[in-house]
Design a binder for this molecule. Structure first.
Ligand code: AMP
Length: 348
């Protein structure tokens, strides 16, 4: 891996998820920008002048080609990983990438693997929804998840063994799963879903809250538009496929705990997954009626909910006197690390 501070001149990412934000931020900070883009999406990304160079591929997996990686690395590029990398590449493939990756690529395995994920969240002292180990133990509203599912697709609700079996049968018929062992049952937490976006700087050893969003999921978030009678008579099953994001600000009295949860997560990651949680990450969960946060998930890299805040969020405005997206914050961190010869602290 190329790690010399001076040679890093380009920020690159895959054309999807939050690529526009990442490359706009990189350009604003004076970097050259490079996009790996699938040919079917060229029409979108060619619209933006802040993208200096596009490497065209039919499939993102083509970046695993060693010659291409060598070429990209020698151009002084740093790869910013995002949700598309995590969902379309296996963790082995991600770990084999030889282009320098912004942040800790080893922690992406902990995001993808449900038992490692739980271990890290418990180490961070987060409150988690109870995991239900067998369908016969379902005794209240539960959410049933697919292992490694991207973006909530295929999730369903169950409240007893029978409703679990019905949901599982539907997924087996659609060939979304092989059998019931592909499913994971978790207690459903009632309340307001919230996605807490953070940035940890390994250069200045400080944690920022960069923004907070909510995910708008289809079709569960649209169900309120259908009256109860029609819901009951048509047997609608909600799904949890993310369509977009909307902003939220929290009651100020909740913020102190938000920072503490982020700091605890950073120290837990430092202990379990060296070199720790570098750069952007997100804690995802539900605030219940008592204002208690239960975390059902984390993302150990930039999340698409940050796309809301290209001009900064209510929280980044408290830290910076200029518009500061997370994409720009990443580029700023590379710039600062480069200046202080600390680039090795940022890349894996
Ligand atoms: P996940 O793939 O874990 O991020 O979950 C996708 C979506 O399912 C979330 O954005 C929530 O809307 C919902 N969800 C996941 N876990 C729970 C839970 N334990 N209780 C309530 N809603 C949940």
């Amino acid at each position: 891996m190329l790690l010399s501070s001076k040679s890093i001149s380009t920020i690159m990412t895959l054309g999807s998820h939050c690529a526009l934000q990442v490359l706009k931020g990189a350009k604003d900070e004076g970097f050259k920008t490079l996009l790996v883009c699938e040919r079917r999406r060229l029409g979108l990304y060619r619209r933006f002048r802040f993208i200096d160079k596009i490497v065209e591929v039919d499939n993102f997996l083509e970046i695993l080609d060693e010659n291409l990686q060598r070429k990209i690395s020698s151009a002084g590029a740093v790869l910013v990983p995002h949700g598309t990398l995590v969902s379309q590449f296996t963790t082995d493939q991600i770990e084999r990438i030889s282009i320098p990756v912004f942040g800790n690529k080893w922690i992406l395995r902990w995001e993808a693997d449900r038992s490692l994920k739980e271990k890290l969240m418990i180490e961070a002292g987060l409150r988690l929804p109870e995991a239900i180990r067998a369908k016969s133990e379902i005794d209240g509203l539960c959410i049933v998840k697919l292992h490694g599912a991207a973006g909530g697709r295929g999730y369903f609700l169950a409240w007893n063994q029978e409703s679990f079996e019905e949901g599982a049968k539907r997924l087996i018929e659609k060939k979304a799963i092989r059998d019931e062992t592909d499913l994971y049952i978790q207690r459903f937490i009632k309340g307001v879903t919230v996605y807490l976006q953070y940035f940890y700087s390994p250069v200045s050893l400080s944690l920022d809250l960069t923004g907070i969003d909510r995910r708008y999921e289809s079709d569960v978030d649209g169900l309120g538009r259908i009256p109860a009678r029609q819901q009951l008579e048509t047997g609608i099953q909600p799904s949890y496929n993310v369509i977009g994001n909307s902003p939220i600000v929290l009651r100020e009295s909740l913020l102190d705990e938000v920072y503490k949860m982020g700091e605890n997560f950073v120290s837990a990651a430092e202990r379990l997954v060296p070199p720790g949680m570098l750069g952007p990450f997100c804690l995802e969960g539900v605030y219940d009626t008592d204002g208690r946060f239960t975390a059902f998930e984390f993302s150990a890299r930039i999340v698409a909910g940050t796309n809301l805040y290209i001009d900064g969020s209510p929280y980044s405005s408290l830290q910076f006197d200029e518009p500061m997206s997370v994409g720009r914050r990443i580029a700023r961190e590379v710039k600062i690390a480069r200046r202080r010869s600390k680039i090795k602290k940022l890349l894996t």
